[in-house]
Design a binder for this molecule. Structure first.
Ligand code: PNS
Length: 145
């Protein structure tokens, strides 16, 4: 049953197959899933925000219930603005959990109506191939060459 709007925030530098796994599953759970790229998350990102958004839009094109946007400032303020009730986050390993818990607790303190859902994302090991969508792999290779 889908009854809400969720935000999947992150830096997505770049989008990986693990992120896509979560987007695909999130799209089934919510009426609208907003993939929100934080502007200026890191001082030296690999890809610009515009490049990250472009790649995300390209690889999520098949899902009509997914939107890609950029946000600044506090995530809770952005969630209020978009009328979202859920924050979706992924973890690959238990070691990621502590960071997620801290963020979820802080966000709950700032906005108690906002629920954080943390999901395990698919572990995709091995070389670059298979870790990122082909279009991202191409851009990564161009970036490092
Ligand atoms: O992919 P990342 O880098 O782990 O994503 C982190 C992100 C963007 C979710 C987090 O840094 C964030 O929400 N930043 C916005 C500022 C904010 O709301 N901070 C308070 C929450 S701890």
């Amino acid at each position: 049953m889908k009854t809400s709007i969720a935000i999947y925030p992150g830096s997505f530098d770049p989008v990986t197959n693990g992120h896509l796994d979560l987007i695909e599953r999130g799209e089934k759970m919510f009426d609208l899933l907003i993939v929100a790229v934080l502007r200026n998350a890191e001082k030296a990102p690999l890809f610009s925000v515009a490049e990250r958004v472009e790649m995300l839009r390209e690889v999520t094109r098949q899902w009509s219930g997914v939107e890609v946007e950029v946000f600044d400032g506090l995530l809770v303020d952005y969630a209020r603005k978009r009328h979202a009730g859920v924050i979706l986050r992924g973890i690959r390993a238990i070691s990621d959990y502590e960071y997620e818990l801290q963020m979820a607790l802080m966000n709950r303190k700032l906005e108690p109506r906002l629920e954080t859902v943390v999901r395990e994302i698919a572990q995709l090991g091995g070389p670059l191939q298979g870790l990122v969508p082909p279009v991202v792999e191409e851009r990564l290779r161009a970036k490092v060459s």
